[in-house]
Design a binder for this molecule. Structure first.
Ligand SMILES: *[C@@H]1O[C@H](CO)[C@@H](O)[C@H](O)[C@H]1NC(C)=O
Ligand SMILES: *[C@@H]1O[C@H](CO)[C@@H](O)[C@H](O)[C@H]1NC(C)=O
Ligand SMILES: [Cu+2]
Length: 245
């Protein structure tokens, strides 16, 4: 009986640990729904527009070599799909029952310079198409983009820039949870897109970053203790400026 209850406690705490974090489980692009990769499962036999990611756990080191598309970010081989999407179309990403409400939401893209499936995501040039941080109020209790995400069915909707030049791109959703003092939690997921249209705009070099590369623990907005910043009403989101063509 003691052994049984110890096992039950271990199981219960494992479930709690899983539900304390998360990631993007599916997308709606235009009017089409796409399943994401199923974490905690073998990639064998899975088919998705999303790159592989293995657990709900955050990346806590901003220089982690797999920051671009989460761990381990591999392509799914023959199961790797891409979604064809016209520039200007809206993309909604859906998370699991997302527990965190403090921190910014960032959406990046990167041109794959060829096939996204064979791209090394750490060497691509990433640019931000949207970000949202502290929306109202002050630290530590104000309303954050991540709180809006939770209130909005654990989802975030953004649009592919309508003037973006067509090509093969990644879209990368990243949550930076900062509810734990001086311990940032990065939650990135990537999906492969084929953007169509007649746009000609591409971001200039000042908007392009590597991931890892864009963030460091020496950034006070990454290594932040919001509980020690009572009354502060601004939060500078880390990484590059948003590119608006
Ligand atoms: C809420 O999110 C789920 C996916 O997690 C989705 O299937 C459902 O359509 C969404 N509901 C609304 C009202 O958008
Ligand atoms: C708030 O803005 C001030 C002035 O621009 C800046 O020095 C400070 O770093 C900002 N605070 C945060 C948390 O981003
Ligand atoms: Cu968590």
């Amino acid at each position: 009986m003691m052994i049984l209850s110890a096992a039950f406690v271990a199981l219960a705490s494992a479930i709690t640990a899983v539900s304390a974090h998360g990631g993007v489980l599916s997308y709606k692009i235009g009017n089409t729904n796409y399943n994401g990769f199923v974490p905690y499962n073998t990639p064998t036999g899975q088919s998705s527009i999303q790159r592989e990611w293995d657990s709900y756990n955050p990346i806590t080191d901003p220089t982690n070599a797999q920051l671009s598309c989460n761990i381990d970010g591999a392509n799914l081989g023959t199961g790797q799909l891409s979604a064809t999407v016209a520039a200007g179309t809206s993309v909604t990403a859906y998370w699991n029952q997302w527990p965190h409400t403090i921190g910014p939401v960032m959406v990046y893209m990167a041109n794959c310079e060829g096939s996204c499936t064979s791209a090394n995501t750490a060497s691509l040039n990433w640019f931000k198409i949207e970000q949202s941080g502290l929306i109202s109020g002050d630290l530590p209790t104000g309303t954050w983009a991540m709180g809006q995400l939770v209130a909005n069915n654990n989802s975030w909707t953004t649009s592919i820039p309508s003037q973006l030049a067509p090509g093969n791109y990644f879209i990368r959703h990243e949550l930076l949870a900062i509810h734990t003092a001086n311990q940032p939690q990065f939650y990135p997921e990537c999906a492969q897109l084929i953007v169509t249209g007649s746009g000609t705009a591409t971001p200039g070099s000042s908007y392009l970053v590597k991931l890892p590369g864009a963030y460091s623990m020496s950034d006070p907005n990454v290594d932040i203790d919001i509980y020690d910043m009572q009354g502060v009403t601004n939060y500078t989101i880390p990484g590059p400026a948003v590119w608006t063509p």
